[in-house]
Write a protein that binds this ligand. Structure first.
Ligand SMILES: Nc1ncnc2c1ncn2[C@@H]1O[C@@H]2COP(=O)(O)O[C@H]2[C@H]1O
Length: 369
């Protein structure tokens, strides 16, 4: 018998605490935050205030319900303290309590509902690549902090210089170092509001230097983050491929160093069922190892299934470069792809593997005659 909807939903919400958001939570965040934005729009809010209020209360009710369900679930699991002190627990608590507490404390409703902007924090665990970003920030913290220190140094030097050069001509805007600091930050970050502008010749020369430094500082930041991300993605791919390679029996006899070597040459590909990977008659530029799943080779008069650990697509690389049959997936499959150049390198570096591939290709060619 299907479970009643509310208990089933409650069980699901409890189990997803601290993980990616549920679809309902995405809807509640979007509806809630958009309604909050409408609340600040006049006269639109005045005309539709019943609907906007209803949507705001409905979103809040969802988050309160979700929080209570999770509290109950964690109490039963004896993990309440852990949940309440985790970032997910804090975000859930803030999402459920911020607006009601502000209303109870007597804040004006239009002000209290602004706090529902905090619901966007719920989206954080679902952001793809967040773990990668965190790791990049940790690994690259040294260079990033160095750039930050350079930024602060230039800001301070420039603002003192501009204060000295401009204070007599523009006492209103450059009359103190903090006032000049505002100009320095706006200029160095390349924002350039243009509300405060040096007018003396020397002041302008300093400004030009600050603008050029700004480009350099931001170029450095971007460069450090971009290379950090690229390195992190490479590491992630390597780990994923390593895991698959070590599971393929074909590579099992290799030592860890050789597996690492092979892993550098392979890339992973995830495919759904019924996808054609190889078409007969096309040029062959890579071969495949099956890490998981199954493929079917469509030969004249028969179909051959190849499962986990098998390889295919080697015959074109060893022969006349032409694919001899159609090959497609029959199940969800994870394949390791070896490009032609790396295939040659692999064959040269690992003669035992080369022999196995060669022998299997010859056996298949005989079988197909
Ligand atoms: N008899 C067979 N048994 C298993 N696989 C085969 C057989 N014949 C061909 N194949 C595979 O199907 C692939 C089609 O592309 P290739 O010719 O590059 O390489 C071929 C082999 O890897």
């Amino acid at each position: 018998m299907p479970k009643p909807m509310i208990p089933a939903l409650a069980q699901f919400l409890a189990a997803t605490a601290g993980r990616n958001m549920t679809k309902a939570a995405y809807v509640a965040v979007t509806v809630g935050v958009l309604s909050m934005v409408l609340l600040t729009l006049n006269p639109a809010y005045e005309t539709a205030h019943r609907w906007v209020d209803l949507l705001l209360w409905a979103s809040l009710a969802y988050f309160v319900f979700e929080w209570l369900v999770r509290l109950r679930h964690m109490t039963r699991q004896r993990r309440l303290a852990l949940y309440m002190s985790s970032s997910a627990g804090l975000v859930d608590a803030v999402g459920a309590l911020a607006v009601p507490v502000a209303l109870i404390l007597g804040a004006e409703p239009k002000t209290a509902w602004l706090l529902c902007v905090l619901w966007v924090l719920k989206v954080v665990p679902g952001i793809p690549g967040l773990r990668q970003l965190r790791r990049v920030l940790v690994f690259e913290s040294g260079p990033l902090i160095s750039v930050l220190v350079i930024f602060l140094m230039v800001v301070l030097l420039a603002s003192v210089a501009e204060y000295f050069l401009e204070r007599d001509v523009q006492p209103q805007t450059f009359g103190s170092v903090p006032a000049a600091l505002w100009w320095a930050v706006v200029t160095l970050t390349t924002t350039g509001y243009g509300d405060v502008v040096p007018v003396t010749p020397l002041g302008r020369i300093v400004a030009a230097l600050v603008m050029i430094s700004g480009l350099g500082v931001f170029g450095l930041w971007t460069g450090i983050l971009a290379t950090g991300f690229a390195a992190e993605t490479r590491r992630d791919n390597f780990l994923k491929t390593w895991e698959s390679v070590s599971k393929v029996p074909f590579f099992a006899a290799l030592g860890p160093a050789a597996i690492a070597d092979v892993t550098h040459m392979l890339r992973t590909m995830e495919l759904p069922p019924r996808i054609t990977i190889i078409r007969k008659g096309q040029q062959g530029d890579c071969m495949y190892f099956i890490a998981a799943g199954e493929v079917e080779v469509d030969l004249p008069g028969k179909k051959v299934q190849l499962g986990e650990g098998a390889f295919f697509g080697e015959m074109a690389l060893l022969g006349n470069n032409m694919r001899g049959a159609n090959v497609s997936t029959t199940k969800v499959s994870r394949l390791l792809v070896l490009d032609l150049v790396d295939f040659r390198v692999l064959m040269a570096r690992h003669p035992d593997l080369a022999e196995t591939i060669d022998a299997e290709a010859k056996r298949r060619a005989l079988e197909n005659k």
